[in-house]
Design a protein around this ligand. Sequence first.
Ligand code: F6P
Length: 475
Amino acid sequence: MPAHLVIVANRLPVDRVELEDGTPGWRRSPGGLVSAVEPVMRANDGTWIGWPGGTESDLAPFDDDGMHLVPMSMNAREIEEFYEGFSNATIWPIYHDLVAKPEFHREWWDAYVSVNHKFAARTAEIAAKGATVWVHDYQLQLVPQILRELRPDLRIGFYLHIPFPPAELFQQLPWRRQILEGLLGADLVGFQMPGAAANFVRLVRQRVGHKTHRDLIYLPDGRTVRAAAFPISIDAAGFEELAQSEAVGVRSKAIREALGNPAKIFLGIDRLDYTKGIYARLRAYSELLAAGEIDVEEAVFVQVAVPSRERVEQYKILRDEIDRLVGRINGDLGRIGRPAISYLHSSYPREEMAALYRAADIMVVTPYRDGMNLVAKEYVSCRFENDGALVLSEFAGAAAELRQAWLINPYDINGMKSALLEACRADPKELTRRMKAMRKTIIQHDVAAWAESFMTELSGERFAHGKTLRPAEQA
Ligand code: F6P
């Protein structure tokens, strides 16, 4: 059946996995994108196009848990060159402030172009006349333009879930102009932060030569494209309800007990990604233990590292580094039955996450650069008793909203140590004051408000701008 709302993302909300009994099954995909977009999709009876992970090629469209899903297959070469290569070893580091060195390979770019064509072609096949198509994230930046050429009747929105870099970094990309033009196929291009939208508009003016005014871009074909910030959020009420449930309460107590009922539990939950600053945070914590500022008999740091992009070289290196660091810290500073760091390399369902959030006294979120960071918001929404402390990097998009967190610069280890200590020693009144304010923000700006503002803007009236413009110069 033709679809009136189509979500196009690199991943489906579920991954193809092998179950314990050896049969194939489905498991929820990792990452913030899925948690944010899934409720929108359910509320609007949409269809989701994406890759289910793996190389299976004969998967037909199917319904899972009330969602219409259309799997896109990828062969081993596409996974290597499009997903692991161009998406995650070229774009990802460039868009995250060059935290790692990006690699440029022309074959990877060719794979990126061809996979984007495949996604656009499949979308063109299933979208109803005049349908709304919402394309997501850095893996699919060419889809808006290709899709517009195939189906000019569609209303096309694009949302970038990660940062969009300043011109000084973006222009290193040999294919910078093609990417900008790809995005301009959309009617609305959404970003996490106003600075990212401004970076994009400036680049379009400088590199493509289109006329712009504030957040509007005037195209020679008469279309006006808007580039604006729509800071993403979470299902705050849903998380709170889950955290309040009896089962989560019981589980949270059990977690505390299993950890030896320490006075303070620090918690980090991240995809195992070099942008997240896991190494620096564990080092800062270990220095506090070594200096006797925190006692291993009284505190523990629980670090959950969700496996991610495990075949990409930089991620393999990071995993080894963290394994070594945790081993060293526990070897040097742990005691029998009292590890300094309780390290878990695994992903967990929402219920377990909520129990961890409830158990944790200090949540530590220290990315070098992060589009938003939904873990920080999830922690806040689970603290329904207005207690608990959040230590948050000022380089996460969430820092613009969660001003009452202990904000830190993850490059400044001493600053991070001071903040960890302050958060750990803060009196209950101070914690309540901060947490109350953050909870108010999160409840007002939840994921439903995010989706609604994007969709309302996307469905608004469009008029040709009527300006006489010269065609953009060829680069
Ligand atoms: O939000 C950024 C993002 O890369 C999403 O696009 C993605 O779904 C998620 O993180 C997890 O990454 P991956 O799909 O590479 O496992």
